[in-house]
Design a protein around this ligand. Structure first.
Ligand code: ASP
Ligand code: MG
Length: 408
């Protein structure tokens, strides 16, 4: 007997039929003798609808009230899922985050989980119930309802699995696993049987939008065995996310290619190469809560240096304004250039640690394709580059092929 947490995303609970299919799946596992905790998202589209309603009342809704409103989406599906289970003879009980007591901090709309009281869950499981928990939500220490950020039900599921020491946390979604790259760009893209946490973090934060990044961090920290599978097929085994490199069944050097078309690049050229420059540029940007992704500074020869960084496109205007008003007057750059028509591509793989020559193979391939690289940055397990947006698909296809990612 295992204890399994099964999380079903919005498309997996989109309507009554889909919820009944969830109940059938849970029944199958229950009959095999497992204890099951189900975590559900809101029906697909529901969270957006609720946010829209709130915005009709107030332009930027008060965050405490917004959380009270959007958390109802998950409560509805939790109740409906419990009904679907009871209806086929499986004892089930639904709970909101507040009822379980998923304690979070007070950061409305992006709260972090602090503690989960798992006693009631355990009692219910031991009494033979399936426990159905509304994802995405919690409660702060003075009783305000909070939510965990978009996609937060993944994090609920992983946190519950960690708190109750589950054997596995299964994330059911509308794709059947993690792919070597986006199959819409490379039709030969292949589902990975396994991927390490580190790789998954790179893939998730780089725009393979299957799992909320925070849920992967959480799973890595608490060693939760995580599996991504489709609720639309019956017996797929999905992709398992492992902790150890040697747990991996396959051992490719490169696991995948992630990419992101949402970034913009800013070059601050000809700034004095003195201590504190990076801080003077990035400090005011961080103060405005703008996330900076890649950061590159050149070696300086003549006492000045060039500073390049990327941000989300939607933050470009604000960032340029900040540089204009708060940075320029202090560091006096020669020129500031920005570019929105770029894309970031990353080659990801733990095998890079022990294999030389990956970068040169990558750069040769891109050069053969006539693709210009504007910026390069690396970590132990990834090489990221910026290319012109219109060259992205070509780059991804060429690299997928040269590294033979279609082959297991
Ligand atoms: N319903 C929330 C959202 O749409 C949380 C989730 O689905 O994970 O972001
Ligand atoms: Mg999701």
């Amino acid at each position: 007997m295992s204890l399994i947490v099964q999380k079903f995303g919005g498309t997996s609970v989109a309507n009554g039929d889909r919820i009944n299919a969830v109940a059938d799946r849970v029944e199958k596992f229950k009959k095999e003798g497992h204890q099951i905790i189900v975590v559900v998202s809101a029906m697909s589209g529901e969270t957006n609808k609720l946010i829209g309603l709130a915005e009709e009342m107030m332009e930027s809704p008060d965050p405490r009230e917004l959380d009270a409103i959007v958390s109802t989406g998950e409560q509805v599906t939790a109740g409906l899922t419990a009904l679907a289970l009871i209806n086929i003879g499986i004892p089930a009980k639904s709970y909101s985050g507040y009822q379980i007591k998923i304690l979070t901090d007070q950061a409305h709309t992006k709260a972090r989980i602090l503690k989960i009281d798992e006693k009631a869950i355990r009692q219910d499981l031991d009494a033979g119930n399936v426990v159905v928990i509304a994802g995405f939500q919690g409660v702060d220490e003075i009783g305000n309802i909070t939510t965990l950020g978009r996609g937060g039900s993944d994090t609920t599921a992983v946190a519950i699995a960690a708190a109750i020491n589950a054997d596995e946390c299964q994330i059911y979604t509308d794709v059947d696993g993690i792919y070597t790259t986006d199959p819409r760009v490379v039709k030969e893209a292949r589902r990975l049987k396994s991927i390490t946490f580190e790789e998954m973090l790179e893939m998730a934060s780089l725009g393979s939008k299957v799992l909320q990044t925070r849920s992967v961090e959480f799973a890595g920290k608490y060693k939760v065995k995580l599996r991504v599978l489709s609720s639309f097929d019956a017996y797929g085994e999905g992709t398992i996310i492992t902790f150890e490199e040697d747990e991996k069944m396959e051992e490719p050097i490169i696991s995948g290619i992630a990419f992101n078309r949402d970034e913009a690049e800013i070059n601050v050229l000809g700034v004095p190469d003195t201590p504190g420059i990076a801080y003077q540029i990035l400090g005011p940007i961080a103060d405005a809560n703008i996330d900076v992704d890649m950061i590159i500074q050149n070696v300086s020869k003549d006492g000045t240096t060039d500073f390049t960084f990327t941000i989300n496109k939607r933050d470009l205007k604000t960032t340029l304004e900040i540089i204009d008003t708060k940075v320029k007057g202090i560091i006096h750059p020669r020129e500031i250039i920005s570019d929105e028509k770029i894309a970031k591509l990353s080659l990801v793989g733990v095998g890079m640690r022990s294999h030389a020559g990956i970068a040169s193979k990558m750069f040769k391939t891109l050069s053969d394709e006539g693709i210009n690289i504007s910026t390069i940055s690396t970590s132990e397990i990834k090489i990221s580059i910026i290319v012109e947006e219109k060259m992205l698909d070509r780059a991804v296809k060429a690299l997928h092929k040269i590294f033979e990612l279609e082959k297991a």
